[in-house]
Write a protein that binds this ligand. Structure first.
Ligand code: SF4
Ligand code: SF4
Length: 189
């Protein structure tokens, strides 16, 4: 047996007969006994969701038209690992695609936010709302109308305007050349 292994055996032997681990555990418990509690009495005491929290889904409402920004390209549904996004489209009167139904089976969602990242129009988001448990599955099955009202309730105003700005980088303004960087300039006529 090697010297190192012998040392380890002796150490383990003394730790066992003197209950070192138990004493260490008890001393930790005693040291925490009178310290400030870190647990919260939810739901009486709530903590605001951290920025970027992935909560309930919402469809972005276009402030100009008042309608959903979604154009029904289905990229979000294609990338969704849970396959829980269902999109039903139809031909509009001017042959523009109409999103008739946009539904998310939230109970199957894993909150990966890939749908948000894949969307080229910034039309779907994950809000910071997390208190939506219910006794029925239907209540948690999100239809297009429910998803739009989620936007109105949880992302209206500045919050919605800054959602992509704060968490989805790089943005066009990130591509400003450094002052010392060589750039192409227009030649004088
Ligand atoms: S967050 Fe992920 S799992 Fe949930 S709907 Fe989006 S892509 Fe699918
Ligand atoms: S939410 Fe975005 S990615 Fe999904 S169908 Fe609509 S436009 Fe396309």
């Amino acid at each position: 047996m090697k010297v190192q292994e012998k040392k380890m055996m002796v150490k383990r032997f003394f730790r066992t007969i003197f209950f070192i681990e138990i004493i260490q555990g008890l001393s930790l418990t005693l040291s925490r006994l009178f310290s400030h509690a870190v647990t919260r009495r939810y739901p009486k005491v709530k903590r605001p969701a951290k920025p970027g929290f992935r909560g309930l889904h919402a469809l972005v409402r276009d402030p100009d038209t008042g309608k959903a920004k979604c154009v029904g390209c289905c990229l979000c549904a294609a990338i969704c690992p849970s396959k829980c996004i269902y999109i039903y489209t139809d031909d509009g009167p001017d042959h523009r695609k109409i999103v008739e139904r946009y539904e998310i089976e939230v109970l199957r969602c894993v909150y990966c936010a890939l749908c948000v990242e894949a969307c080229p129009f910034g039309a779907v988001v994950l809000t910071e709302h997390y208190e939506y448990s219910d006794y029925s599955r239907d209540a948690i099955y999100m239809t297009k109308e429910k998803l739009l009202s989620n936007w109105d309730r949880y992302m209206e105003g500045q919050k919605g305007a800054e959602y992509f700005k704060r968490f989805w980088r790089p943005m066009p303004e990130d591509f400003v050349a450094h002052k010392d960087q060589a750039v192409f300039r227009k030649m004088k006529d």
